[in-house]
Design a binder for this molecule. Structure first.
Ligand code: ADE
Length: 337
């Protein structure tokens, strides 16, 4: 069973009004928990755009996976009361694919491109004029019969999401007027998200249980909601009434092998590999990835940022190093400097 890739917040679900109401996704900024700084800024820019009756400036949402970038894009569309078309960097292979999507937009609408750092360069170059002056020039046909065609577009808002702002080219980055850096969530905010999700599921959750889930969700709502689903399973089967107590949370977390820092088996294997085979580092990320049988992008996007944030590893000019916290946590004696 592939738990890691389970998409709790699927980006392609088209939900009706009633199911939306019952869904885990918040629909408005006031329902969106956490990311206070991002929300405060967006609130102003959205209100200003509405007052001027203009399209919102282009928005770049960046930060680790699972923090609610797609959800926030949908919230922005709702707040502006406009349509949103969604796609992703790797899905837009040619300029013509981009034009087909842009062609469907009405004035003020949003185009959401997930994983925008993976847009092919030839598509990215077409996007520049679309973003800046709302037109695209593309060449149709081949050889002697090829000709450039000019398309005017309505004013629209591009929302790009990426786990790697650093991988965006400078010209693309420069065309986003609004840059929103999504941070790992505070425990109190995750606790609120878990309580809200339990309410959506129609189950009672003991405060100790929701807090335990929040503590161990690595700052990530997608992880918190995924754990909550499993905890709910334990509560349903073990006692029958389905209400979630602390013991259900503990049992599920133990089964999922998630420890008190929110590290899972793979996080621990990564740290252990660095200690056992590389003396704690420094060691390159590609070498670590090969050793634990994961691809580099997964390690860089999903594992490394949280291990850095929680202080289990450090980045040095010669690669990654584990810290004394990692030695302690895994039960090794701390080496002398
Ligand atoms: N569900 C997932 N992320 C959320 C958030 N930030 N606020 C409210 N509900 C959520």
């Amino acid at each position: 069973m592939e738990l890691d890739n389970e998409r709790i917040l699927s980006s392609d679900s088209q939900e009706g009004d009633l199911t939306d109401f019952l869904s885990l996704r918040p629909r408005f900024l006031r329902e969106y928990i956490g990311q206070q700084k991002v929300k405060n800024e967006l609130d102003i820019y959205i209100k200003a755009a509405l007052k001027r009756e203009e399209a919102l400036d282009h928005v770049l949402l960046y930060g680790p996976p699972g923090l609610g970038k797609t959800t926030l894009a949908l919230v922005i569309a709702n707040e502006l009361d406009v349509q949103i078309k969604t796609s992703s960097g790797p899905a837009i292979e040619r300029p013509g694919d981009l034009l087909a999507i842009l062609n469907e937009l009405n004035a003020g609408d949003i185009l959401f491109i997930d994983e925008i750092h993976r847009l092919p360069r030839i598509v990215e170059e077409v996007l520049y004029s679309a973003m800046e002056d709302y037109y695209v020039d593309i060449v149709v046909g081949q050889g002697a019969t090829s000709q450039p065609i000019h398309f005017e577009l309505p004013p629209f808002t591009l929302i790009g999401a990426t786990t790697r702002a650093g991988m965006l080219s400078q010209p693309l980055r420069d065309r986003f007027g609004i840059m929103a850096h999504m941070q790992y969530y505070q425990e109190a905010d995750l606790n609120e998200i878990v309580k809200r999700s339990a309410q959506v599921f129609g189950v009672d959750i003991h405060p100790d249980a929701s807090y335990e889930i929040a503590l161990r969700s690595r700052g990530t709502p997608r992880v918190a909601n995924r754990i909550l689903r499993r905890v709910r399973d334990f509560a349903q089967v073990n006692d029958g009434d389905g209400n979630i107590g602390f013991q259900h949370a503990q049992k599920a977390l133990e089964t999922l092998e998630i420890d008190k820092y929110g590290l899972d088996a793979l996080d621990r294997r990564l740290l252990q590999t660095m200690i056992d085979y590389y003396n704690g580092g420094p060691v390159g990320i590609a070498t670590i990835a090969v050793n634990i049988g994961e691809d580099v992008v997964t390690v860089e996007d999903m594992y490394e940022p949280y291990l850095l944030q929680t202080g289990f590893i450090q980045r040095t000019s010669r690669g990654r190093k584990v810290t004394s916290l990692a030695y302690q946590h895994l039960g090794y004696p701390t080496p002398k400097e």
